[in-house]
Ligand binder design. Sequence first.
Ligand SMILES: [Zn+2]
Ligand SMILES: [Zn+2]
Length: 426
Amino acid sequence: MNSPIQPPAGAEIMACHDCGLLHHMRALREGAAASCTRCGAVLFRRKANSIDRALMLTLAALILFVIANSFPFLTFKLEGRATTSTLSTGVIQLYQDGMWPLAALVFGATILVPLAKLLATAYVLLPLRFGRRVWGLAQVFRAAEIMHPWAMMEVFLLGVIVAYVKLSDLAKLELGIALIAFIALILTMIAAEVALDPREVWDRLGRQATAKALRPSASRSLLSCHACDQLCHVASPGHGARCPRCGAALHRRKPHSLARTWALIIAACILYVPANVLPVMTVTSFGQGEPDTILSGVKVLIQAGMWPVALLVFFASITVPVIKIIAMIFLLISIQRRSHWRPRDRTVLYRVVESVGRWSMVDVFMISILVALVNLGAVASIAPGPGAIAFASVVILTMIAAMTFDPRLIWDAQESTRDGQQTVHA
Ligand SMILES: [Zn+2]
Ligand SMILES: [Zn+2]
């Protein structure tokens, strides 16, 4: 599994996603995971009946998706009046309030991307299950993997919980059948994600390269595909070379990683100011109301004695974006200074930053739920504010920054100083 030096000729080899170290793979027992010997990243996990189980769960999720989008989600009752919302009411309300960027974001993250991901996964797994080959399987599976971080239903659910707590002392809230289907949908999609072994899918779409097929060659360089982990020999990297298995463009490192990541982080820093200064929403009740920023929203929660939710919103909306921006700047500077300081810990830091970022969307989703529910004209209404667009942009920019950042750059500084040693990176 983990000897970079002279593996058996028939062994499959794979480069670590996070540090680029080459590993030769040996068969694993079911349920076991192979980790990188240098940075600790999980290379892959062997799963039993992966395709069968993932396919069944994906089909079940599609049924739940239809139910979650067809029935009432939440009902808000106040002073004898009631508003019933479905999953898409918030999207429509945001659009009518002139907040189309937020409407597009909520629609994409909670409806469009999850549906596209489910359909794409079913499109790939169905023919594989029955041993057929249809058009574009590799391309569609690559697209499904790219969609993964942008499907944010679990973050939306946390937004529902925050909105529920916020409204619970103001009015009566009833849970609809769609909300229960929505929770079941999230659990089913997570189970499908856990059941699926992407390496098995890629293996069925084209065998992983073996050591024999990749004999050292002076004139060609060895590259690992960023999408499917296939190792390829390429004569001139970066000049239109494509992965023979999935068709993704091949690069030694993500192209212009440092410059792109810096640009995105600087843009996020600039937008962080309006995100915190401008109001994110305005609550009006019986003609009275004032705009709330993110921080004043937290204060309102504390004054109402809702400590756990206040802490959660403070952590997700204020702490996480700041820590994320600082961590990315630290990683960028450490690479530019060719730092040798704790590369493994810096790689772990990157992994945490990459996985935690999407949870900052909680506030944005909470606002979309509140504007959909609290819509009783003069009695009570909630309108979105421009700060919410700036805040959502900060979260999206930092998410893309984490994607354009290449953690293997952390390890390149270590490689370049080991003169005369065998090159083991890809
Ligand atoms: Zn590694
Ligand atoms: Zn590929």
